[in-house]
Ligand binder design. Structure first.
Ligand SMILES: CC(C)(COP(=O)(O)OP(=O)(O)OC[C@H]1O[C@@H](n2cnc3c(N)ncnc32)[C@H](O)[C@@H]1OP(=O)(O)O)[C@@H](O)C(=O)NCCC(=O)NCCS
Length: 385
């Protein structure tokens, strides 16, 4: 049995440096999302939490703390970890339970706080999400691993520096209109080109920053909430896929098989074609990742996404707006909050709450979230009722 499931409330704080602890921020955005959905916390049947690096705050098992703050300590919870795709994996779990008839309302909360660590320590924590003994232990970091993907893409397809830069310029512009964003200033191509190289060919502005942040999403069974106060997101597809973790074991580096598989399953579940997607939030932890995602999911032929981006096709007012929120690149990337925050953006777009970054058309949208260098991926597709 499956029944229709909706996202009925979604909230996020401003990404960047949080004064609050992770548990405080998570509890606050969770309450906001529940209230936006028009629910009482007592209606929540289960809390799916993501907090991959909670140990950096000396706090594991954060779910019961969030539920206690919400006044529902008796509600069960557990932590879902899938590196950078943790909260989209939690959303998948919530969807399966609600659509499967096991829960009428579920809460998804993602939170991360690492801003008290310096760059070396934060990088070392994140690197634990790769294949530790083979990659991280030997010095590989995420900027380095994604630089390897970028290098392979440049060599095979002739992807140009300015094409990567056009992803950064676009996403910083979008983020400048997003009150939730870590960076709220546009950048020029010159700023991009003059920024220091982090891991060749990637520069500072090719990279997402280290961000703290929290985001929450409420998933309900449509039949139990017939008169929603907000425009719900109908969850038309919720797909996950996996792939070989270690990059040296992969036959090909210019694409992520997990994104390819998850998107194929999602398009089939939702019964929509890529051409029917009005806008999307994709996993742009590095600019190359946005181009690879667009090619993996079939929006552009291999090697063509860079040209399309440079020509403005993926701009907010382009044919296919990509990352109107500013994406991980500029809205920020608080690992476990990222997947849920992509849904917050889609919810705000569907409800006309996106202000100056409102996209022209918002009937069908896609969220794509990757764990590590693509060892896991989630694709969700949403539509209006
Ligand atoms: C790119 C990176 C190495 C820069 O770190 P850093 O050199 O220590 O930079 P700092 O934190 O000292 O910041 C220096 C300046 O650059 C800015 N900055 C830092 N990272 C930035 C980024 N990714 N994009 C744009 N600006 C950035 C800071 O705001 C700061 O600006 P200010 O001087 O005006 O205050 C770091 O942001 C990084 O590793 N990002 C990737 C994170 C990651 O791997 N996530 C997981 C992805 S799978």
């Amino acid at each position: 049995m499956t029944r229709q499931a909706w996202v009925l409330g979604a909230a996020s704080n401003r990404f960047g440096k949080m004064k609050e602890t992770g548990r405080e921020a998570a509890s606050r955005v969770a309450l906001e999302a529940i209230q936006m959905a028009g629910l009482d916390p007592n209606e929540i049947g289960y809390t799916f939490v993501s907090n991959a690096f909670g140990v950096a705050e000396r706090q594991a098992h954060i779910g019961p703390l969030i539920n206690t703050a919400l006044g529902i300590p008796e509600v069960p919870s557990h932590t879902v970890e899938s590196a950078c795709s943790s909260s989209s994996a939690a959303l998948h779990d919530a969807y399966v339970h609600v659509a499967g008839g096991f829960l009428d309302a579920a809460l998804v909360v993602g939170v991360e706080k690492l801003s008290h660590l310096d760059t070396l320590n934060a990088t070392s924590y994140f690197a634990m999400g790769a294949d530790y003994p083979f990659e991280s232990h030997n010095g590989a970091t995420f900027p380095g691993l994604y630089a390897t993907i970028a290098d392979a893409h440049v060599k095979r397809y002739g992807t140009e520096t300015e094409q990567l830069g056009s992803v950064a310029v676009k996403n910083h512009l979008n983020a400048s209109l997003n009150p939730h964003a870590h960076f709220q200033k546009p950048i020029t191509m010159d700023t991009y080109l003059n920024s220091p190289v982090i891991a060749s060919p990637l520069r500072l502005y090719d990279c997402c920053p280290f961000s703290d942040g929290a985001a929450a999403v409420v998933v309900v069974a449509a039949e139990k909430y017939p008169n929603p106060g907000m425009e719900p997101l109908v969850i038309r597809a919720s797909a996950r896929a996996g792939s070989i973790a270690a990059m040296h074991d992969r036959p090909e580096l210019t694409g992520l098989p997990a994104s390819q598989r998850a998107s194929q399953v999602a398009f089939k579940q939702a019964k929509v074609e890529p051409s029917q997607i009005d806008f999307m939030e994709v996993h742009d932890c590095f600019t190359i990742a946005e181009l690879v995602a667009l090619e993996d999911m079939g929006f552009f032929p291999r090697g063509e996404a860079g040209k399309a981006t440079a020509e403005g096709l993926t701009a907010r007012d382009g044919k296919l707006p990509v990352n109107p929120s500013g994406g991980l690149k500029a809205k920020g990337h608080p690992i476990s909050a990222t997947g849920a925050s992509q849904v917050v953006e889609i919810f705000e777009q569907f409800n006309g709450m996106a202000g100056g970054r409102q996209v022209p058309k918002s009937n069908v949208a896609l969220a794509h979230n990757v764990g590590a260098t693509g060892s896991s991926a989630s694709v969700h597709i949403f539509s209006r009722r």
